[in-house]
Ligand binder design. Sequence first.
Ligand code: PLP
Length: 227
Amino acid sequence: MLITENILEVRQRIAAAAARRGRNPAEVKLIAVTKTVDIPQMEQALALVDGFGENRVQELQRKYPFFPDGPDWHLIGHLQTNKVKQVVGKVSLIHSLDRINLAREISSVAQTLQVAAPVLVQVNISGEESKYGLAPGEVRDFLTTLADFPGIRVQGLMTMAPLAADPEEARPVFRGLAELAGDLARENIPGVSMKFLSMGMSNDFEIAVEEGANIVRVGSAIFGSRS
Ligand SMILES: *Cc1c(COP(=O)(O)O)cnc(C)c1O
């Protein structure tokens, strides 16, 4: 019950943020971040969100069989090369491509399975050392290199903002990612689409939507704090 209400409230806040920028709220996907969340709670959320996001492959593996009819699964956390086989073909989007070795492995597994693997390139806009992701200035060359990996389909960019007491502090980070995506889209790099901007979490998703996010990844505002 509470979960249902939380999701409706998050949707309303997304809609209000979109309206402030003249955007259509229907273009913003709400991914429920289900790390540490149990199956019954996930079942309550299933029909009301656009997908589940997990940041650990092992947890994704465990939960996946409980939902034979979908949802779309998103791998949002750091991905080790030796775990790629367990996610390609299962998830509809990997948000955390951040290095060439990983691209090589994703492409190779995807080709073996005769699928294309949709990915987002993770960018470290804030420059925090603790964050994964490419520096903004590295992304263009990285995307060009991906032409060597035919199993990969780049669909856009992902970032995480620093955790701050004031969510406004995330705004320059989100704006930076949106500007980078715009610049890259204009370059028309072969095989690269800038369709998705994955940014914004419980603390700052409205600001992300104002700055152009069309995928937000929301956990605690839906399921309560993980403590
Ligand atoms: C946990 C997590 C989220 C969601 O965080 P909340 O603050 O609970 O909304 C979003 N993205 C990533 C990559 C995460 O690991």
